[in-house]
Design a protein around this ligand. Sequence first.
Ligand code: NDP
Length: 446
Amino acid sequence: MSYAQKVLADVKAHHPGEPEFHQAVEEVLGTLDPVLKAEPKYEKNCVLERLVEPERIIMFRVPWVDDKGGLQINRGYRVQYNSAIGPYKGGIRFDASVNLSILKFLGFEQTFKNSLTTLPMGGGKGGSDFAPRGRSDAEVMRFCQSFMTELYRHIGPDTDVPAGDMGVGGREVGYMFGQYKRLANEFTGVLTGKGLSFGGSLIRPEATGYGDVYFAQNMLAMKNDTIEGKVCSISGSGNVAAYAAEKLIQLGAKPVTLSDRSGWIYVKDGIDAGMLAEIMDLKQVKRGELKEFAAGKKGVEFNAEGRPWQVKVDCAFPCARQNELDGKDAQTLLDNGCKLVAEGANMPSTPEAIEKFLGAKILYSPGKASNAGGVSVSGLEMSQNSERLSWTSEEVDAKLKGIMKSIHDNAWNSAEKYGFKGNYVVGANIAGFTKVADAMIAQGWV
Ligand code: NDP
């Protein structure tokens, strides 16, 4: 049994009932053998044993009052996963499905992702099983205030800097920032994804979706190809999906699908800028469902069943949630001639799907590489907050493009160095791992 296999077996035994966490650890540890064999220092210093154990987990009760005057109780979490290369950094997720397994998987992934960005950020993730859908603004505000009333004592601009994730957008970040400021009596960059008038960065809302498409452009360039004219499927219609669609349209590609919990839409002639603006208003402002958008619209097909992956496309961008694309979906995409899959969500492809993509040798990028644009611009927001300056959209976008290229090249070169040319899974895992692991060794057995 190899060192990585032994640690993985220990994880399964010591973290029972956490399938998402096991899946994420297995996906990374399963690719590290070449570097672990070449560099015995990692085993000697128990780097893997330490990496699979979050540095700290905070769990707390979140009581809040609903609009009827009743008391509601949710559970809040912050997983401060790894601070070897910088303060903990990672989003907050509000969704009924949130549990420790999901947040540990996300914190683990975030550690490698942040390492890849080239910026000094450790890994963290947090959230609650609170679902904002169907709640009034006042309820969301009271929930966010109560959540931050406990969280504020554990975070800080040099300690832990949360951001948004699924179910947490500008509105929620604003409410949490307001409560933090009130409790801590200081105006600091303790959260990213803030509003522009109070320290937010231009291009932060767009960054994950744009970055995903920039990463796809870099992959296509390795085959002397471009994104222009490519027919693309996208899942989700939230923050990441909407801005991936926007960038694809700007670059002359043709996004044909989007999805949400109500189902998915197929627009054969391509979702255009006008349709996308309507969808963004529906999802982000009115908080409605795609089935409302599709109702009675010519050329827009709505499907309550199935997934967008059954459509014939050149490129696919899974941008909704974990494990939303399984082995069967992957086979359908491949049978239909799909040549590129660039993950915008975290761990959207199941292990069976990844195996199929790698087996078929298409261009496939794991989320930790291709969705790192969001946390990268969060890192840039932290820099702007420290400098008390705001950079222009052009400056931030140019930096984002540069970071996505360097993540791409780093993953490509690491894969090639260890004999896995073109395998972005191996490349991203090894590149993300070595930086964190070397910093951990340098800092002693802590
Ligand atoms: P949002 O909440 O803005 O959007 C999530 C989308 O996924 C929505 O369209 C939602 O539908 C859909 N969705 C969620 N759960 C389900 C489900 N069970 N079935 C069908 N559809 C579902 O989140 P984000 O766009 O911010 O995040 C999407 C993914 O990207 C997540 O994996 C997140 O971790 C990852 N990510 C996000 C980053 C960011 O900067 N925001 C950064 C890096 C990664 P509905 O509208 O009906 O709820």
